[in-house]
Design a protein around this ligand. Structure first.
Ligand code: ZN
Ligand code: ZN
Length: 161
């Protein structure tokens, strides 16, 4: 895979990346599928990808290499992690509609959070799957203004989502 990345970098006219890029497996990764390290030019992949269909591994490899390509081109200019430069690199690497997630596909399912609550003081919003039935106040504000005691001024208000 390192070899494949080298060839791609060479092909894209990025000799330094081609020289330094390295791909390794990291068994300590939990739900993250892959990670790209800059300026180390290192790509770490989750070994759990081996249990996935092979295209999943290649998609992840392309996704991470696209990060390195984007950073290599940007040089010292700061760019957004999944910004325009990254998307352009994804398209060049054959994954034009890549999503900015790094999680393994079977973990990608997210719980739907149907209820929102907002603190009238600091406007922090929290989301819950279930409706909160007891009376709750903003923890941060109670701590800040009421010595940690419940204060009805900071009672969370249900918000329409
Ligand atoms: Zn990414
Ligand atoms: Zn608050």
């Amino acid at each position: 895979m390192t070899e494949w990345c080298r060839e791609k970098a060479e092909f894209l006219g990025l000799p330094e990346l081609a020289r330094k890029v390295n791909v390794t497996w990291n068994a300590r990764m939990q739900t993250t599928a892959g990670r790209a390290w800059w300026p180390d030019r290192l790509i770490e992949l989750n070994p759990k990808l081996k249990d996935q269909p092979p295209e999943e591994m290649w998609r992840t490899l392309r996704h991470e290499l696209a990060h390195l390509v984007a950073y290599e081109r940007a040089g010292r200019r700061r760019i957004e992690v999944h910004g325009a430069e990254w998307r352009a690199a994804c398209a060049e690497l054959g994954i034009p509609n890549e999503q900015p997630f790094h999680t393994l596909p079977f973990k990608r399912k997210r719980m739907k959070r149907n209820f929102g609550y907002v603190c009238p003081q600091c406007l922090t919003t929290i989301r819950r799957v279930k409706r909160i039935t007891r009376v709750v106040a903003c923890y941060a504000c109670c701590r800040k203004y009421s010595g940690g005691l419940y204060d009805r001024r900071f009672q969370l208000l249900e918000e329409k989502l």
